[in-house]
Design a binder for this molecule. Sequence first.
Ligand code: TYD
Ligand code: MG
Length: 455
Amino acid sequence: MAKVKIKFACTECGNESPKWLGKCPGCGSWNTMIEEKETIVKTQGMGSPLIQTKEKPRSIIHIESGQEPRIETKLQELNRVLGGGVVPGSLILVGGDPGIGKSTLLLQTSHALASKSLTVLYISGEESVRQTRLRADRLGALTESLYVLCETNMELINEAIESIRPDFLVIDSIQTVYDPNVPSAPGSVAQVRECTAHFMRVAKIKGIATVLVGHVTKEGAIAGPRLLEHMVDCVLYFEGERHHSYRLLRAVKNRFGSTNEIGIFEMGESGLREVTNPSELFLSERPLGVSGSIVVASMEGTRPVLVELQALVATTNFPSPRRMSTGIDHNRMALIIAVLEKRMGMFLQTQDAYLNVAGGVKLDEPAVDLAAAVSIASSFRDAPTRPFDVVFGEIGLTGEVRAVSRAEQRVKEAQKLGFKRVIMPEKSLKGWNPPSGIDIIGVETVSDALQAALG
Ligand code: TYD
Ligand code: MG
């Protein structure tokens, strides 16, 4: 008979303890110990063998360099987020809310790779083989060399890997897989840690590019020990609003590329479609000639994206006015309002202010400041903005407008989409020639910018 014992494991570092503790002795974080059932079973053999490589240390100048080889998927948006394609032997973790489209994305990726005559193994621990086939029918993802297996036992998954020898492996999801040698339930800290470590060894030694799907917790972090994110090469989050059809793929860690890039997809009847011109999508529902709305040219990684910002300023009924922002940092908004009050003499203390980035995008670069200031001022004064203006620039505490990076790219994107004027930092105008056909207004202070935008 198996004996059941209770133990506690830290969700941050995986440290275990026989009793509950408020503070984890391993990593010092508070309130991270969770209860787990441990079933003592007799393990046979040695468990998973440690794989050793007998290499001697080498001088760094004798190590051959060169680009990482990359397998390009047909999904350009995914390639960009990964830094140019999938690196063989890399371990990628994809997290996201349930139903957001992780399985869809990976099945489409699997199909794209299989149709390049690579062997792909898709392990589904959540859906049956038939369900996966039905989904593949809908996505048109039927290829001979795409193998599907519905299995959660890691030893059996290993056998499948041995027999199929895939180039690309998908584990959907890591929380459903269990190692029979580890006496914990699937999805527990110990299981997730062991299974991830195992797949990492397999990926590195056999050179299989592996993708693990991870569930996220209520707070939005990938469930399981934090060190899961440290173990893998690449952590991607697939995000989106349930009520919108587009989805963003974002890298929060990437050992083979930058973490600034985002990939944009739209979920449709036949799966995810790539959005190659995001600005058009984000501006599609924009009202023209109203107060409080302005378009900002923001950079998402190396790509300029035009997004609409909306502000609503209305007299408050509360002793302290409300400040609400979605898609923009709350503190940044407070700072901009303070600058408008102090430097522009706007009396906003009696006004509620709401700031919203249309379409649920998150903008976290300072170049958005000036557009936020213009939209708040426009709503406060009830002065409509011009429909073909684009604004960007950082605001300093004295009300000055500071230079931002990649001004030229932002202006070009605005011109490409048919905008007529750009209000931008004067200091960012040095060193390049603005394209013809678009008016450039360089401003040095917030006051100049408001004068130009609202007249
Ligand atoms: P899924 O990939 O199963 O999400 P996850 O693996 O992240 O839980 O996506 C499921 C959702 O996507 C579901 O609500 C239906 C929708 N969907 C489409 O709209 N079109 C499609 O072609 C597919 C396959 C799914
Ligand atoms: Mg799924």
